[in-house]
Structures are given as structure tokens and as C-alpha cells.
Design a protein around this ligand. Structure first.
Ligand code: CS2
Ligand code: MG
Length: 402
């Protein structure tokens, strides 16, 4: 069996997605997600100019060897752009293997460990009142776990909280906008939000919060400690994580569980964090972390240290990634939770999926491979639009030292 060709499809049904389609001489093709928010064309170029020519002619069944060829065989290893490209190749190859064997990917990963996958929703309010209202809406939709973000008095724009009450989409058209941030205002305010949410919704709901890396280690330790009374499911990305040792400060001061890694792309971003048990959940998603092949290894190491998965799943990760993640989450033992932000309706015109959400959980059916297909004609109706994530400065204009 041989790979005969591959192509990159870029489309923008509401937001940009990059999809890799790998063709074989058996008529079966595989799809991989190659979307890297705000850097879409860099991944597409890396795939088209460097990876696809080296992929053609290889046997798609040899996933492990192909993975190592593109990781260890490349002099300039790692990095978000190349790891996203490698993830797309890997997911497409698992899709092909599933289709060739006529079985869903979870079956290739050891079969079902669970019937359904716990997911969390987002409640983003500009004020505490709006956050309470949005939390209520997600509870009514059946969610058992909700990520709570709230606008902060005195800060014009809080990342992840849309100012215009529109759907969540942090990337803005054109060159990256610059925003102002004030960590002390944020730290003084956020515990009061969780106090109110617990007052209204009680103890059973799982509450999560995302710091988006906007604290120094000691600031993050203070926040984790002050949030303890509200027993969060997790506090996400409390620090940037580039300095793995920074997480020790948080651990030394608090029992709030910590999740990190949506911007990580290899197991080497996690070694200290996992082996010293400084975190509780790994966030690195299949699409940016080297695909199923690499995440299987990261999850296995994490499992030894009683650390669970909680993959990134914002709307800038395509349905191809979400489906692959659901297979992965269905199979592995140390699954914790999956982020789930439903894609905009028009995304469903382009991507045809076989997963469902019901009463707080998601499940995937027995379709072979990932179970996702792409309608290329529909994709062509939504051409690429340049969009970037915002840059933050302190209120006096200084760039942060996070
Ligand atoms: C966020 C994301 O979902 C999350 O946890 O941190 O919204 C993230 O900011 C975007 O996916 C960036 O692309
Ligand atoms: Mg996040």
C-alpha cells in the first residue's frame, strides 16, 4: 500500500481551518487537522513544500515509522508549526488505518474504556450577573462541567470574554490587536466570581477557570490558594509553563488542581511537570502535540504519575481533531475531561461528523477511522481570512514578563 498524493485544504466557515487530505493507491483517503490559530498558512506551507513530497510513496500503514521520520529525521525538531503539520499527517494515517480495517480508531487504541466522554462548556460573561446567567444556560443544556470566565471591572478587554456578547472567538481579522491587562485587578476580583457561582449553583457542578498564562508563578500561587474554597475541577494555564519549575510554586501553596499545555507540542514540555507531579491534567491536544502516536506516549507517562488528560477543544480546533480526540478519550484509561465548544453551524456544512453531545457527555459512533469527512465544494465557499490572536501589554504599555 502506498501514499499517492496529499493536499492541504484551507477554509474559513466562520473561522480558519486547515485540513490535510492524504490519498492512497487503495482508493482510501485520510483526513488530519492542521489548524494553528493565527498561523494557518505557515503550517500549510510546511506541509505542502516540505512534508508532502517526502510522504508520497510511503506505506501509510507504518504510522510509527512515518512519525519518527518527520520528528527525529528532521534536524529542526519540535515547534508549534512543524508539530501541527506532523499531527495532521499522523491523524490522517490513523484515519486511513481505521478505514482499511473497517473499524473506529478507538478500537485500534485498545477499545472502549468508557461509554461516554465527560465534556466541559464555556460560560463567558462581561459581568458577574451575565456570567451567572450564562452558567445557567449551560446547566440547562445539560453540562456537568463549566469553564467560568468573567470581565474584570477596570479592564476594557478580557481575553476570552467577547465584549459584544457574540460567540467566543479570540482571533481578530487582520494584524494582531493590542490589548491592556492589569493582573492585580484580575486577582482581586476573580475569587468573588466563584463565590457567587457556588452560591447560586451549589457544590455539584464542576467549575473550571482559564488564566491564559497571565500570572507570574507567585501570583498564580496566590490565585490557586484563594480559589480553594470553591474547589475547582481545575485552574488552567496559571503560568506560561515555559519554565516548568514555575509550577512548583503553585503546588507548594495550594491544592487547587492544575491543568496546563494547550500551547505545548511535545512530551519534553512536560517531563518535569509530570515526573514531579506538579500538575493534574495535560491539555496538549492531538492537533498540536504530534497526533495520536505521540499523545499515546505522553498519556502513558502521565498515567504512571496519576495525571489525567483534559485536551484543549476550543472552536479553533477543527471537527477532525475533536473526533480524533473523542476516539482517544474513549479508549485510554487516564482520561479526565474534554473541552467542548460546539462549532458554528456553518462549520457543519464543510465537515460531516459522527459524534453527539447528550446530557453533559459526548460519544462517537462505530464509523471507521475518525468518522469525519470534508465537503470540498462547501469548503471552497469559505475562503481563508487573515486573523490573529491579541497581544497584551500592561496598563502603562510595557510588555509582560510572563
Ligand atoms: C482557550 C482557547 O479553550 C481554551 O482553553 O485557552 O480559547 C485559546 O485561547 C484558543 O484556542 C487560542 O487559539
Ligand atoms: Mg485555555
Amino acid at each position: 500500500m502506498k501514499i499517492t498524493d496529499a493536499k492541504v485544504i484551507i477554509c474559513s466557515p466562520g473561522r480558519n481551518f486547515v485540513t490535510l487530505k492524504v490519498f492512497t493507491d487503495q482508493g482510501v483517503y485520510g483526513l488530519g487537522d492542521a489548524t494553528l490559530n493565527g498561523m494557518e498558512k505557515a503550517v500549510a506551507t510546511y506541509l505542502e513544500d516540505y512534508c508532502i513530497p517526502a510522504l508520497i510513496g510511503r506505506d501509510p500503514r507504518n504510522i510509527e515509522d512515518i512519525w519518527n521520520y518527520f520528528y527525529r529525521g528532521v534536524y529542526w525538531r519540535r515547534g508549534a508549526v512543524s508539530m501541527t503539520a506532523l499531527s495532521a499527517i499522523d491523524i490522517a494515517l490513523w484515519d486511513i488505518k481505521g478505514k482499511m480495517l473497517n473499524t473506529p480508531i478507538y478500537n485500534l487504541l485498545g477499545g472502549r474504556s468508557r461509554e461516554k466522554v465527560l465534556v466541559y462548556a464555556h460560560a463567558n460573561g462581561r459581568t458577574i450577573e451575565e456570567t451567572i446567567e450564562k452558567t445557567g444556560k449551560e446547566c440547562a443544556a445539560g453540562f456537568k462541567a463549566i469553564r467560568i470566565q468573567c470581565g474584570v471591572p477596570g479592564i476594557d478587554s478580557v481575553y476570552g470574554v467577547p465584549r459584544d456578547n457574540k460567540a467566543y472567538e479570540p482571533a481578530k481579522r487582520g494584524v494582531a490587536p493590542e490589548e491592556r491587562w492589569d493582573t492585580s485587578k484580575y486577582l482581586n476580583f476573580i475569587p468573588s466570581v466563584f463565590e457567587k457561582i457556588r452560591d447560586v449553583y451549589g457544590d455539584d457542578l464542576h467549575l473550571l477557570h482559564d488564566v491564559h498564562h497571565r500570572c507570574t508563578p507567585i501570583e498564580a500561587a496566590r490565585l490557586a490558594k484563594e480559589l480553594e474554597p470553591y474547589h475547582l475541577f481545575w485552574l488552567e494555564d496559571p503560568v506560561s509553563g515555559e519554565l516548568q519549575e514555575g509550577l512548583r510554586h503553585i503546588r507548594q501553596h495550594s491544592t487547587t488542581p492544575i491543568a496546563i499545555g494547550e500551547v505545548f507540542n511535545s512530551v519534553y514540555d512536560y517531563t518535569t511537570l509530570i515526573t514531579e507531579q506538579l500538575i493534574d491534567y495535560i491539555r496538549m491536544p492531538l492537533v498540536h502535540g504530534g497526533g495520536i502516536t505521540h499523545l499515546l506516549k505522553v498519556a502513558a507517562i502521565a498515567s504512571v504519575y496519576h495525571i489525567n488528560t483534559g485536551f484543549h477543544g476550543a472552536t479553533d480546533l477543527s471537527p477532525v481533531n475533536l473526533a480524533a480526540a473523542l476516539h482517544f478519550n474513549t479508549a485510554i484509561n487516564n482520561f479526565g475531561i474534554q473541552e467542548y465548544m460546539p462549532h458554528h453551524e456553518i462549520v457543519c456544512e464543510v465537515f460531516k461528523t459522527h459524534y453527539i453531545f447528550e446530557n453533559g457527555f459526548m460519544s462517537i459512533d462505530n464509523s471507521p477511522g475518525t468518522g469525519v469527512d470534508i465537503d470540498e465544494k462547501a469548503a471552497a465557499r469559505y475562503p481563508y481570512v487573515m486573523a490573529r490572536l491579541p497581544v497584551n501589554r500592561k496598563s502603562d504599555g510595557t510588555m509582560f514578563n510572563w
